[in-house]
Write a protein that binds this ligand. Sequence first.
Ligand SMILES: NC(=O)c1ccc[n+]([C@@H]2O[C@H](COP(=O)([O-])OP(=O)(O)OC[C@H]3O[C@@H](n4cnc5c(N)ncnc54)[C@H](O)[C@@H]3O)[C@@H](O)[C@H]2O)c1
Length: 255
Amino acid sequence: MEFPQQRAAFVTGVGAPAGIGRRVARRLLQDGYDLAVGDIMFENVDAFVKEISAEFPEKKIIGLHLDVADEESVAAAFAKIKAELPQLVALVNPAGVASPTPMGEATIEEYERVFRVNCRGTFLLMRGAFELMKEHKLGRIVNFSSITAYDGGGTFSKGLYAGAKAGIVGLTRGGAREFGHYGVTCNVLAPGPIDTEIMGGKLTPDRKASMSSNIPLDRVGQPEEIAAVCSFLCSPDSSFVNGVVMNVDGGKHMH
Ligand SMILES: NC(=O)c1ccc[n+]([C@@H]2O[C@H](COP(=O)([O-])OP(=O)(O)OC[C@H]3O[C@@H](n4cnc5c(N)ncnc54)[C@H](O)[C@@H]3O)[C@@H](O)[C@H]2O)c1
């Protein structure tokens, strides 16, 4: 299927100023996409839309006040995208929450919080995007797991996060198998440590150095390096890549 000249992407998780979502959004604008961006930090979404609209005046950009785990909020987002943007080709879904609580101490509320955003959110977004993409028999869905999913937990996030991120792998593979027949690919990134605020500002220079010791490239990753992989997965070049879990971790976890 030809990529349309006028095409749109939907990027979640753009609220955090130093997060992956914003880098992905900018990268997809550079790649020629019009854009819908959303996050639960509503004021930050509005501020970000102002910024990127000034940087990319030729692009159509809409901001969405979005809770990825709320069915109505997600439905409203896709209704707006359908009405206001040309053909939706790509969904990139970095919205997520971490959990530093060890499983033995976790409450059911903490379990619900972590799985609600990561798994329920991923499902709702995939379902909504597929509804629009299948009409055109073209789509690229990119979700976010973590290498923590294989390791049962990491430095800052424990078992609940690992479980939810493993769930996202299964959801993505399910989408790859079911949506593939409609020309919609589904892939999932498993980043290693990336220099953002998700660890609650705990990624100090000392901490970065100690976390780098088991990474063959001797450093943590940058959000731009995640955005570059998303760019490929949202491009025509990835047309036969489907159901892949792509580690982007400097070689920390090899399998
Ligand atoms: N940074 C890392 O080291 C790392 C490593 C592995 C995986 N990841 C994954 O990559 C993704 C992006 O990570 P990041 O470091 O940019 O995180 P971040 O914390 O900087 O950004 C996450 C964004 O998701 C938004 N969000 C949270 N709950 C939401 C909801 N219910 N609805 C809408 N938006 C919501 C937050 O407001 C925030 O803007 C996450 O899924 C994370 O689990 C990150």
